[in-house]
Design a protein around this ligand. Structure first.
Ligand code: GLC
Ligand code: GLC
Length: 826
């Protein structure tokens, strides 16, 4: 069942019913000011840090769901409604929500009155612009009341929902003309305030929530709206809000456009106030308001936003036999990559914005998905990340976006972290050819006095693995590897202990984690990532270092085959008791997805057929119609030696859920191994556009990936197997975005930047006749035509570039201008 449709020409998803199976959201803003907006206008906004600069309030886990947002209320002679249906939920005569690239348009109509609200954050602007167009489509004049609504958060989102004894007494606002300023704590230690304005006169306002809504009413029946008139309340503590009230009369056919702006302003300490020492100095706010206070300026802002997205999405464009692939690659997957780059895992409808900062491994992987769009910002991000690395190559697991400092509450010792940085830096160089990043001096532990060139950081990363091997010569698992829930040194039996950071006293003397537990996943990640480091050293002319690193990779491969090949797939780990995890010998959790793809892609055991055998086992044991489960059989009891993983009921999250992030690794691996049909099968099981038809089962947005889909075992332990199989959760902020972008564009379609050129090596469904692609790369534009006359999956038979035959499958860097690349598979 569908709840809307893709409008590809406009790059929009059009939602046609407000009752989606879950709120379907969009993100506005890509720089400093961010908003989350659902299809009924729920959500909130913040500046840079969703925890410390929360601008509007939102209640997670609310009943009913998704209450609180930017709402327009209309009282048309007693008929009260919102253009986005919620929160009043009056049945509308028409409803539509268009989520586009950085904007959302919600249109509703009732009794001949149409209200169309466009929401966006303009480029280089710290505010959300909301343009409301009201049209009288009836044949009689209409007079009605309009109310806007926004509820302020008292800046620190965590404190705002816990510290009521203080917060109910601190709220402060200022009102001037049609602008309501929120200035809680501005008098003392804060140098920022927010405002909500409209470009017209108003007939009243409210700034105190209880006056507007009524203590015993809800968002669905605010007493001011019901009464048809504002109270002109002035907030003094409690919960400050901003609501404009206006009486409007429209002749038949007449329209009125109002522009609202919700903005954020920072002031230098010495310029905070007017001469009286207490009134906000509004200079900056007024200049901001002036930028978008007419429909013409709004149109220009939207056009600018659109052209920014045209250029971001103009770098890679494909035309394949499958329009679902095209809309994922050309539009939505790239869009989601930008969102994950900006937000990491901080704020979504599943991430509360107060839990996590920027993850080291997450942010490095995110780079893979968007480096082609904004290489300069990728470079900056890489340097920020590397600056949180420790001199021994270990890394802080997270850093705070406001301070860019490593987060010592979480600390480090996540065994996979350092490797992702080699991969992300390599992908930056491959995209841009900018080798100078390696010479950039980057601090360790944010300490300038410990700065060393980026190349040194990569070296530290590589040898952090080599220097921390266990009894089988495999990398120590430490607190966790990519799988946050495999904590082999935790042995936790006390509720509330953090599986990732708790140190079991028995390992204290060893430095906090077992020196026996080893991660096969990190071993295979090492053999997959390592060659990038070798390639970089070779390019720098560091032959001996390159040979030394290569020897470590070869040794690791041999160790994997000697101790971690289970006969038909690769083991997952050795636990702290030295027992195998992810083996046929295990009672449950016999096979895990994570190590397999990287092993295949680094040819571990290829001469013994390990690659195809592993792919066969994956297909038999892990695949389902909704994607590949993480492990099988699911754990049905708590294995204290494994940590968090077996605390999840089977079929969810890391315990045999369909964790879409690592599905991508198998898609890549199947494509790499020449199994284009198998790769595409897995791709189409999880790619959002392919789930659109089953939105009622999938629940979350059909235009973006979620972290997890309920696996085949979901509910099995309670006699409900199958009920939640295929149900998506945790949409938007997931490494799946970047990795599936890599999987489809670099492995299936096979267009992959390399150090010396653009490698083109598709591994497609054999049924395809071919496809076309345009790729901007290092100053040139490459128009690529792939022909597949013999209907193979993989194998470049011949290639011409600008009419001339070129050996192999790497398009050389041709420089500016357009270049025609023709490839015949066979
Ligand atoms: C989440 C985390 C990511 C981790 C994964 C598996 O997606 O953001 O860092 O690798 O879960 O546990
Ligand atoms: C939990 C989640 C995992 C997430 C981690 C973050 O373990 O299951 O997905 O990455 O928390 O700390």
């Amino acid at each position: 069942m569908k709840f809307g449709y893709f409008d590809d020409s406009k790059r929009e998803y059009v939602i046609t019913s407000p009752r989606t199976p879950y709120p379907w959201i969009n993100y506005l803003g890509t720089q400093g000011f961010f908003s989350l907006i659902s299809n009924t206008a729920g959500g909130y906004c913040f500046y840079k840090d969703a925890r410390l600069r929360r601008i509007t309030r939102y209640r997670y886990n609310n009943v009913p769901i998704d209450m609180g947002g930017r709402y327009f209320y209309i009282n048309d002679n007693g008929c009260i409604w919102n253009p986005g249906w919620s929160p009043v939920k009056t049945e509308l005569d028409s409803y539509e929500c268009r989520h586009g690239m950085g904007y959302t348009v919600i249109t509703g109509s009732k009794n001949g009155l149409k209200a169309c609200a466009t929401f966006f954050v303009p480029q280089n602007y710290d505010g959300e612009v909301q343009q409301l167009v009201l049209t009288n489509e009836s044949s009689v004049a209409k007079t009605f009341s309009l109310f806007s609504f926004a509820e302020w958060c008292l800046w620190d989102a965590q404190d705002d929902c816990t510290n009521f004894q203080r917060n109910f007494s601190t709220g402060r606002v200022e009102i001037k003309d049609s602008t309501i300023y929120h200035k809680t704590e501005y008098r003392d230690r804060r140098n920022h305030f927010a405002f909500y304005t409209v470009n017209d006169t108003i007939d009243g306002y409210d700034t105190d929530r209880d006056s507007f809504i009524g203590l015993y009413n809800g968002f669905n029946d605010p007493q001011a709206v019901v009464a048809g008139k504002a109270n002109n309340s002035f907030a003094d503590g409690w919960s400050p809000i901003a609501s404009h009230y206006k009486r409007i009369t429209l002749a038949p056919g007449e329209s009125k456009t109002l522009v609202f702006i919700l903005g954020y302003v920072e002031m230098p300490a010495h310029k905070k106030f007017e001469a009286d020492g207490k009134t906000i100095n509004k200079e900056k706010a007024l200049a901001m308001i002036d930028k978008y206070n007419t429909p013409e300026k709004v149109a220009a802002g939207l056009a600018e936003l659109k052209s920014a997205w045209d250029s971001l999405l103009g770098i890679l464009n494909v035309n394949t036999p499958d329009d679902k692939v095209d809309r994922m690659v050309n539009i939505w997957n790239q869009y989601q990559c930008m969102v994950t780059f900006n937000l990491s895992r901080s704020a979504s409808y599943f991430e509360s914005g107060i839990g996590r900062g920027m993850g080291f491994r997450d942010s490095n992987q995110d780079i893979l998905g968007f480096v082609h769009q904004i290489p300069d910002r990728a470079r900056e991000r890489l340097i920020d990340l590397a600056a949180t690395q420790l001199p021994d190559g270990g890394c802080y697991h997270q850093y705070q976006p406001l301070t860019k400092k490593g987060n010592s509450d979480i600390g480090g010792d996540f065994s996979d972290d350092p490797l992702w940085m080699i991969l992300s830096v390599a992908s930056y160089i491959k995209e841009t050819g900018d080798w100078s990043i390696l010479d950039e001096n980057v601090p360790y532990d944010n300490d300038e006095s410990k700065a060393k060139p980026m190349l040194d950081h990569l070296n530290a990363s590589f040898y952090h693995i080599v220097n921390n091997l266990g009894p089988h010569g495999l990398p120590l698992a430490m607190r966790a590897d990519w799988n946050d829930c495999i904590n082999l040194s935790c042995f936790s039996d006390t509720p509330g202990e953090s599986f990732q950071t708790y140190t079991n006293p028995k390992f204290k003397a060893e430095g906090g984690y077992s020196k026996v537990a080893e991660s096969v996943m990190v071993a295979t990640l090492f053999t997959y990532v390592g060659p990038n480091f070798v390639g970089i050293l070779e390019h720098k002319g560091l032959k001996d270092e390159a040979a030394k690193a290569q020897a470590e990779i070869d040794k690791m491969k041999a160790n994997i085959m000697a101790s971690a090949w289970d006969g038909d797939w690769f083991l997952r780990a050795y636990d702290a008791n030295g027992e195998k995890m992810g083996s046929k010998e295990c009672e449950e959790g016999q096979i895990f997805i994570e190590p397999q793809g990287f092993a295949i892609m680094s040819d571990v055991g290829k001469d013994q057929g390990a690659d195809l055998r592993t792919l066969k086992a994956i297909d038999e044991r892990l695949n389902t119609k909704f994607g590949l489960v993480l492990n099988n059989p699911a754990f049905t009891k708590y294995y204290i030696q494994y940590g968090e993983i077996s605390t999840y009921p089977g079929g969810y999250k890391e315990n045999a859920g369909i964790f879409t992030h690592n599905n991508a690794w198998i898609i890549c691996a199947a494509a790499y191994a020449g199994q284009g049909d198998q790769a595409f099968k897995y791709y189409s099981e999880i790619a959002p556009a392919f789930t659109e038809e089953t939105s009622d089962i999938h629940k979350t947005e059909p235009y973006v990936y979620g972290q997890m889909i309920g696996g085949k075992d979901a509910g099995a332990d309670i006699g409900m197997q199958g009920d939640h199989f295929g149900q998506g959760k945790n949409s938007w902020l997931t490494g799946t975005a970047a990795w599936n972008m890599v999987a489809i564009s670099q492995y299936i379609l096979g267009i992959k930047p390399d150090f010396d050129g653009l490698s083109v090596d598709p591994s497609i469904p054999s049924a395809w006749d071919g496809f076309k692609a345009t790729r901007k790369f290092r100053g040139g534009v490459y128009n690529i035509t792939i022909k597949n006359p013999s209907h193979v999956c993989k194998g470049v038979k011949s290639m011409t570039v600008d009419g001339k035959a070129v050996e192999g499958n790497v398009v050389p860097v041709m420089g500016a201008g357009e270049h025609e690349v023709e490839i015949v598979l066979g």
